[in-house]
Design a protein. Structure first.
Length: 310
């Protein structure tokens, strides 16, 4: 693994290991400022499985005008980073609201609801796929110079929260198309790991995942082998992967090649069932993910096999 400078290592460690500093502050009273379109805020959403957290729901532009329409849903991890610089780590958000508004207007994606699920101080434990590291007392972070994380790993509990509590609430409250062909999960870094894990653990719930700068190095790459064993049947789901070549992303290439090989071996058709992208020079940051977020959105919400133009 490449040795980063001290400042770069600290920055990437915060992105991988810790929740946004803003996310740990008391819950805000309503949706953040600087959002394009309509966002409905559900503060301190309760759970029997994991700690309560804020949830934001972005509605497509025609939602209030099309009373009979039902919409696909994308569940985005690290949700405080999705829409607003006021809540995002480092003051830069993904711009999913602006990007979705543009892609819908250009008819490159189906109008969809975006559910932004904020993280908590237990982020690593909730996002590290438990079945990839069964029985381990500690899990390596995948960042040079940082110690392993102690168990327990809570990702199975977190997925139960998504599947048994949050999704039923969203389906009751909003006009969703609730089947797996219209239900997706998305995340970056550790959020990319839990997105892929959600599809393998609940293939009848989630029809696809977008995994940006997936932090394959956590647990020594254990998620790569797990994914190869647990992939759903070819032709039934969509998976999007990408990574840059700078900072922490520079370590991901060999792991992603193994994932790509596993998908091909399992009969997945590149361009239709899955896509794997490299962005030369891109770093491990919200700023980098903002630049390319249209790619995964277009792949999940566009026509099968269609080019994801952004």
């Amino acid at each position: 693994m490449k040795i980063l400078s001290l400042s770069a290592a600290l920055a990437t460690a915060l992105l991988v290991l810790a929740p946004s500093a803003r996310a740990q502050q008391p819950a805000v009273a309503g949706p953040p400022l600087g959002v394009t379109g309509t966002v409905r805020f559900h503060g301190a959403f309760p759970s029997r499985f994991v700690a309560a957290r804020n949830v934001e729901v972005w509605l497509p532009p025609d939602y209030d005008r099309s009373a009979r329409s039902r919409y696909p849903v994308i569940y985005v991890q690290d949700g405080q980073n999705a829409f607003s610089p006021a809540t995002s780590y480092g003051g830069v958000d993904w711009g999913i609201d602006e990007t979705m508004t543009r892609l819908i207007a250009e008819r490159r994606v189906r109008p969809a609801i975006v559910v932004a699920v904020w993280n908590t101080p237990a982020r690593f434990a909730e996002y590290m796929p438990a079945k990839a590291v069964p029985g381990a007392d500690t899990v390596t972070t995948g960042i040079h110079g940082f110690p392993p994380v102690q168990r327990p790993i809570r990702s199975d509990d977190f997925l139960r929260f998504l599947v048994e509590e949050l999704k039923p609430f969203v389906d009751r409250t909003y006009r969703t198309a609730p089947g797996p062909a219209s239900t997706f999960v998305m995340g970056s870094s550790m959020g990319g790991l839990i997105a892929a894990y959600a599809v393998t653990e609940y293939p009848a719930v989630f029809g696809g995942a977008a995994c940006l700068s997936t932090h394959w190095t956590a647990g020594g790459g254990a998620m790569v082998d797990y994914l190869a064993r647990a992939l759903p049947a070819a032709g039934t789901h969509r998976l999007y992967f990408d990574h840059g070549t700078a900072t922490l992303d520079a370590d991901y290439g060999p792991y992603q090649l193994r994932v790509d090989s596993a998908l091909r071996a399992a009969g997945w058709v590149e361009g239709r069932d899955w896509r794997s992208r490299i962005f030369p020079g891109a770093e491990h940051s919200e700023r980098a993910w903002r630049v390319r977020v249209g790619e995964p959105l277009a792949f999940l919400l566009g026509p099968p096999g269609g080019r994801a133009r952004t």
